[in-house]
Design a protein around this ligand. Structure first.
Ligand SMILES: [Zn+2]
Ligand SMILES: [Zn+2]
Length: 264
């Protein structure tokens, strides 16, 4: 039996949430607008990958052929000028198969390459758990995704529906969107459990349902979405709205465990 929990696959809901939050949060309107456009392209790639079921050894080529054109189109429609120029340059001159293959391996990449590869490959991995499982290396601790071995993008406190029952904490994979349970007062990067070493950064006026869980042992952090405070939240989207907390964390010298698809 797998330890992975259910895999939320509702791209339409994610896209709607991105558009709602783009209107609500001026501070993150630009990335949320781009994310809304990207999610439409990713929805199409997700559906196609579920039908096509490409082989593992042709995964990178499949992502480039089937998913990347939609990502480029969304980027040209809704990206900043800087991103549009950088993406066009790579799309025309880069070795696209190699860019996607490097991301699938978890290699260090430039921000533009990471953006293109991740935006195109993530929905395909989400659609194909077997392909995601093929990426798994020797990671065996619960700080890595139980399916693909990827690092967490964010944490979620789940809504229980019962006031006296404490919701559980889950981590969400930055590569394949699998969710898994994780201890509440434990650093998701190094496993530190000393509460005094784990500051919580907040912006309650603007983002009452989002916080940054930082760690003074490893100087990493990730954002936590609290569904109990915002039951309509769609964690992977609300995380992008958490930009002010990313800025506070960066000012204090913490680096995010995994930057989100928008690069922060
Ligand atoms: Zn994963
Ligand atoms: Zn830590």
């Amino acid at each position: 039996m797998s330890v992975a929990l259910e895999r939320p696959t509702d791209y339409a809901r994610r896209a709607r949430r991105a558009r709602d939050l783009a209107e609500r949060y001026e501070h993150a309107a630009e990335p949320l607008t781009l994310y809304g456009a990207l999610l439409d392209a990713q929805a199409a790639a997700f559906e196609r990958a579920r039908e096509d079921r490409p082989r593992a050894d042709e995964l990178a080529a499949y992502v480039v052929r089937v998913a990347l054109p939609g990502v480029m189109e969304a980027t040209m429609t809704a990206g900043t000028e800087l991103l549009r120029e950088a993406a066009l340059l790579r799309f025309h001159d880069g070795d696209l198969d190699a860019i996607v293959a490097a991301w699938l391996r978890g290699d260090e990449q430039t921000p533009t390459d990471t953006y293109l590869a991740r935006a195109a490959a993530a929905p395909v991995l989400e659609a194909l758990p077997d392909a995601a499982a093929g990426l798994r290396g020797r990671e065996s601790d619960d700080r890595h995704c139980p399916v693909c071995g990827g690092l967490p993008q964010l944490a979620v406190f789940t809504e229980t529906g019962e006031a006296l029952v404490t919701g559980e904490r889950r981590l969400v994979c930055s590569r394949c969107m699998t969710e898994w349970r994780y201890a509440r007062m434990t650093c998701a990067s190094c496993g530190e459990t000393g509460g005094a070493n784990m500051p919580i950064l907040q912006d309650p006026g603007r983002l009452p349902h989002v916080r940054a869980d930082a760690c003074d042992a490893c100087h990493r952090y990730l954002l936590t979405i609290d569904m109990r405070r915002e039951p309509r939240a769609v964690p992977i989207v609300d995380e992008v709205a958490g930009l002010p907390l990313d800025l506070i964390a960066a000012e204090r010298g913490y680096a995010k465990i995994t930057p989100n698809v928008m690069g922060f």
